[in-house]
Design a protein around this ligand. Structure first.
Ligand code: SF4
Length: 218
């Protein structure tokens, strides 16, 4: 079976079992961006609390967040953990957003995917997974987001070497699947789901939706 066939079958099996995952939770494009920065190194439930605090303070839009001082912002996002670091990251994003693009999302919409990705990666504290989550989930760009769950499933299914880097793993999907925002959106979310429920550090292959596909567990 080719990599394309294996990935396609994986997607179908996961979708059949779990159904649509409705990612990314967020009421606006801006909220998705902020959520993508806040979710680094924490679980989503904690991000939701931080986002609820921002909403309550009427600070979940560009201008109020840009004008808020560091300490106030850090206090509001405290539930998301690493709040001082994350407040700095949000401020770095907003400084770039207002400095270069007048704080207008429509100005970012004008950029090519390559350019927007490069610019996001230049913001301190925005790594590939965060940048790609913003591109895919906030801007509907056909970029495949990968993470530790993706790496674990793909390695165990012998689709990539253990220890591959982010770009190699991303390339596995982008070179073997047609560009499809909706499918990329679902596939990433489904891989996170199977990674959390079955493909944990100690694999639970029994009953996993991907159990019938060839895999190797060390
Ligand atoms: S738990 Fe087993 S069957 Fe499921 S994805 Fe991981 S290696 Fe594959």
């Amino acid at each position: 079976m080719s990599a394309t066939e294996q990935l396609t079958e994986m997607y179908e099996l996961l979708y059949e079992r779990f159904g649509p995952q409705s990612w990314w939770p967020g009421e606006s494009q801006f909220e998705i961006i902020i959520g993508a920065i806040l979710t680094q190194n924490t679980n989503w439930a904690n991000v939701e609390k931080a986002i609820a605090n921002l909403k309550k303070a009427k600070a979940l839009s560009a201008q109020p967040l840009y004008q808020m001082n560091h300490d106030e912002l850090a206090a509001l996002i405290k539930p998301a953990g690493y709040f001082n670091i994350k407040a700095k990251r949000l401020k770095s994003f907003l400084t770039w957003f207002f400095g270069e693009y007048n704080g207008l999302l429509e100005n970012l919409e004008q950029l090519s995917t390559t350019r927007l990705r490069e610019e996001l990666l230049n913001i301190k504290g925005v790594g590939p997974e965060t940048a790609d989550s913003i591109l895919l989930y906030a801007f509907d760009r056909p970029i495949f987001v990968v993470d530790v769950y993706t790496a674990r499933v793909m390695t165990r299914h012998n689709l990539i070497e253990a220890g591959c880097d982010y770009e190699q793993l991303q390339e596995l999907f982008q070179s073997n699947l047609v560009e499809d925002v909706k499918m990329f959106n679902e596939f990433h979310a489904l891989l996170v789901r199977v990674g959390k429920e079955f493909c944990r550090p100690k694999a639970r292959c029994n009953g996993c939706p991907l159990e019938k596909l060839p895999h190797t567990i060390e």
